[in-house]
Design a protein around this ligand. Structure first.
Ligand code: XMP
Length: 515
């Protein structure tokens, strides 16, 4: 990780909100890095942070093996803000007493901030709404700490020892339900840590370009381009940094959406002049998928074929010793996170094992960014909104949306239905309101009637979900009228479909994709 800009170190104790803390800090103009509590104080020091935040976490400080950190962290002369578990740990390590509270507090809670407050508590209104989620609470403060806020059921909703710039809050300022969360964090950054701010995407872009140039010099780099947002932004950035010394290898697996390949080629090669090498490998993928019905086997075949094709194409650029990838921060963090809800998140590996197999050095210019930051960078680089704001699309493409065998004919049906669905969502303004929308081709046929004739045709299921993290999701409440329009168009325009249904299951127990 770099230390060129001001950095806040966010020490992770396994909270599902840790990433959110880092994002909020970045939104406030200061770079933030998440570091597992297991890495210890030395690693924190290496970041040369201007301040430290201890995250929440699912444990109690009294649990066996509860995550902890060397109390030396409080003696670095740096401001420390403990949030929820971070506050309890601070109290526990500094000689206070933490006990299970009679009532577990969960949800919105009114908090009273005591009069004459000092920063960062000046960021809070005297009476403010906060988001709480804790079982334990502080009974005795550590030496010289003062209570700065309380709620009806929580006598220490916030505390500080100002002389040492140690602060703790029982609530979650990073969660939107905490009304004054942002002004509070802002005050911590600017009034307590004396941040200068100014961390922007433009700055990131310049630094990223310099780093890429420093890493690869005048040598050639290849990278996989899939049509998704991450690899498109990666390619645009590589092109900006090293021009024709970067070649994006775009493997068209034949499982892309309608016009997807063209759109990506136009945006990258056409508009931005990125050197793209496109391979039409659809025949190969389709023959690898022949007769395959089992979804896991489909994924495996697609993954293997991708590696095969990519390796073969890479031979054309045999002087390349660098492989660029669009890895994002969440992918990086999930592999370092302390156990806790954030560590159990399933990751999808699209290109598993490629870097190892290719024996190449990795260039990962996006590995410090969150998804919305990648989108902002994409805009900065001149990629069209249409591409940058795309919903996620799985690596194995439409194959996971065709239940049963994947054939050219079935792909054509799904592609048309999907295109109509997305077109109508865009037209009605719903595309940007929902998190992900998709059409699925089911492996059943049903009876219908068209004119005077009986039909026996395919069913298309439409799915649209609203979600924050894709771990849980609700179906989107699309207007009936819109669903009606979409259904009519699909049945009229897509040959081979006589029935359309809307999926109203939430995740869990259902997933987003049907597979
Ligand atoms: P599920 O179906 O597990 O999907 O609820 C959650 C999110 O992950 C996407 N997804 C994938 N993304 N490669 C990807 O890059 C994959 O293999 C893959 N499978 C599912 C899915 O579209 C949804 O956004």
């Amino acid at each position: 990780m770099t230390t060129e800009h001001e950095t806040i170190a966010v020490v992770d104790f396994g909270s599902q909100y840790t990433q959110l803390i880092a994002r909020r800090i970045r939104e406030l103009g200061v770079y933030a890095v998440i570091i597992s509590c297991e890495k210890g104080v030395e690693e924190v020091k290496k970041l040369q942070p201007i301040g430290i935040i201890l995250s929440g976490g699912p444990s109690s400080v009294h649990d066996d093996g509860a995550p902890s950190i060397d109390p030396a962290i409080f003696k670095l002369g740096l401001p420390v803000l403990g949030i929820c578990y971070g506050l309890q740990l601070m109290a526990h390590l500094l000689g206070g007493r933490v006990i299970p509270s009679k009532h577990r507090e969960y949800g919105r809670r009114a908090v009273n901030v005591l009069p004459n407050s000092r920063p960062p508590f000046t960021g809070l209104s005297a009476e403010t709404t906060t988001w709480m989620s804790h079982g334990d609470q502080i009974e005795n403060l550590p030496d010289e700490f003062k209570v700065t806020a309380k709620s009806d059921s929580c006598p220490v909703a916030a505390m500080h020892r100002e002389a040492d710039r140690l602060y703790g809050v029982q609530f979650h300022p990073e969660v939107r339900h905490t009304t004054d969360g942002t002004p509070f964090l802002k005050s911590f950054l600017y009034d307590v840590c004396y941040a200068r701010g100014g961390w922007t995407m433009e700055l990131f872009e310049q630094e990223a370009i310099e780093r890429i140039r420093a890493q690869v010099g005048d040598r050639h780099v290849i990278g996989g381009v899939s049509g998704g947002v991450d690899s498109s932004v990666m390619a645009a950035l590589m092109g900006r940094a090293i021009g024709d010394n970067f070649t994006g290898i775009f493997v068209d697996n034949g499982l892309l959406r309608k016009n997807e390949r063209l759109e990506v080629e136009n945006a990258l090669a056409g508009k931005l002049g990125v050197h793209l090498h496109t391979v039409d490998a659809s025949d190969l993928f389709l023959s690898a998928l022949k007769d395959i019905i089992d979804p896991e086997l489909k994924r495996k075949r697609i993954g293997n074929t991708f590696i095969e094709v990519f390796q073969e194409e890479a031979k054309r650029f045999k002087d390349s010793r660098f492989l660029a990838q669009g890895t994002l921060y969440p992918d990086v963090i999930e592999s370092v996170s302390f156990r806790g809800p954030s560590a159990t998140i399933k990751t999808h590996h699209n290109v598993g094992g490629l870097p190892e197999k290719m024996n190449m050095a990795l260039v990962e210019p996006l590995r410090e960014l969150f998804k919305d930051e990648v989108r902002a960078l994409g805009r900065e680089l001149g990629l069209p909104d249409h591409l940058v704001n795309r919903h996620p699309f799985p690596g194995p493409g439409l194959a996971v949306r065709i239940l049963g065998e994947v054939t050219r004919e079935r792909l054509a049906i799904l592609r048309e239905a999907d295109a109509i669905f997305l077109h109508e969502l865009r037209n009605s303004g719903w595309y940007d309101k929902v998190s992900q929308a998709l059409a699925v081709l089911l492996p059943v046929k049903s009876v219908g009637v068209m004119g005077d004739a009986r039909t026996y045709e395919n069913v298309i299921a439409l799915r649209s979900v609203d979600t924050w993290d894709f771990m849980t999701a609700d179906f989107s409440p699309l207007p009936m009228e819109l669903l009606g329009t979409i259904s009519t168009r699909i049945i009229n325009e897509v040959e081979g479909v006589n029935r359309v249904v809307y999926d109203i299951s939430s995740k869990p127990p259902a997933t987003v994709e049907w597979e």
